[in-house]
Design a protein around this ligand. Sequence first.
Ligand SMILES: Cc1cc2nc3c(=O)[nH]c(=O)nc-3n(C[C@H](O)[C@H](O)[C@H](O)COP(=O)(O)OP(=O)(O)OC[C@H]3O[C@@H](n4cnc5c(N)ncnc54)[C@H](O)[C@@H]3O)c2cc1C
Length: 353
Amino acid sequence: MKVLIVGAGPTGLTAAVELARRGVIPTVVDGRDAASLFSRAVGITPKSLRYLEPAGVAPRLIEEGIAMRAANVYLGDRLAVTIPIRSRHAGFPYLLGLPQDRTEAILAETLESFGGTVRYGLRVDTVIPQDRGAVVEFADGTVDAFDIVVGADGVRSTVREAGGFDYPGIDLDDPWSIADVDAANWRHAGEFSLFRAGPGRVVIVAPIGTSRYRVVATTPDALATLPVPMDVTNVRRAATFELAVRQTSSYSRGDIHLAGDAAHCHSPVGGRGMNLGIADASTLAAAIVDGDLENYSPIRHRVAAEAIAMTERGRRLITSRRRAPARFFAGLLAMLRILGPLRRRAGRFLVEF
Ligand SMILES: Cc1cc2nc3c(=O)[nH]c(=O)nc-3n(C[C@H](O)[C@H](O)[C@H](O)COP(=O)(O)OP(=O)(O)OC[C@H]3O[C@@H](n4cnc5c(N)ncnc54)[C@H](O)[C@@H]3O)c2cc1C
């Protein structure tokens, strides 16, 4: 069986690893000249670690990552509640903090250990669906036929467009920002922290290495929005980014299948994007090998639709500039502080919704 995976982000690499370990070595291409050094996702959920365990990827991620075992929520500069993180996935009772480029590097090395490889610097120009399989034209002028094409080529997916898939949704107005920093003596070194700095102003801080942190904000300047002091010794990277909330209606058309951001995108609130992609890819790889592709689209569409709805509810609640949602959020935090069982449920919900 000839399988082409377009895109070597976390989704494409997971699909490749999961196929290769089952004996189907796919062709994997990525338009970039080399592996990415930029990191977007930093939080790997227990469920993703479970998916990545059989190939031996999870232990390597855990070895390098930071196990975040608690989430702190602030109103302004006041700590409102600390929620211990829990999980029903035994062995991984935490959210793992690791820069996305390291996750990708470990996946790529694992792919090589199974006999696969990524061809960087090779873009797919177009995909022409056939009665069976698809013909693919590459940017270097070569043309090849494949039994199955997996579009794991991100938000601006060529495969999605060429395959005639839709991608309905909205673009959000205000840009968000990100800063990757080194900082000394941060108050929550191994933990996740969320600050509601003011109306519409939210900052998230997550550890991604020793004394290294990812700061994300709903404003154009992440560090300036942080309402508590942070002793930043080095800014490795700072940037703004645009957000969209979109999902394709169907993940499959004939022998072309979409996975990851090519099929869905949303805000980083809840840290689900990459994790959904890893789950799409694992499910798709198993379905390809088992010859059972009919259920892939309905199952993964439903899971992502629920995650997007939840993510959007969370984004609207914490970023609202109106008084009523702000009061509701403060009341919720007060209840979490007082009620242990509710706090424990919240600790599981944070990594498993
Ligand atoms: C600031 C920020 C923070 C985030 N934090 C989190 C988090 O904590 N947890 C989480 O789960 N998610 C998070 N996300 C989302 C996460 O980064 C994405 O969901 C994830 O990168 C999607 O992976 P992917 O492999 O589907 O797509 P991508 O990572 O976009 O990879 C697509 C690949 O396809 C290649 N490509 C594109 N077109 C072609 C073509 N025509 N031919 C060949 N190759 C092509 C590209 O070069 C690229 O390498 C965050 C996002 C942002 C912006």
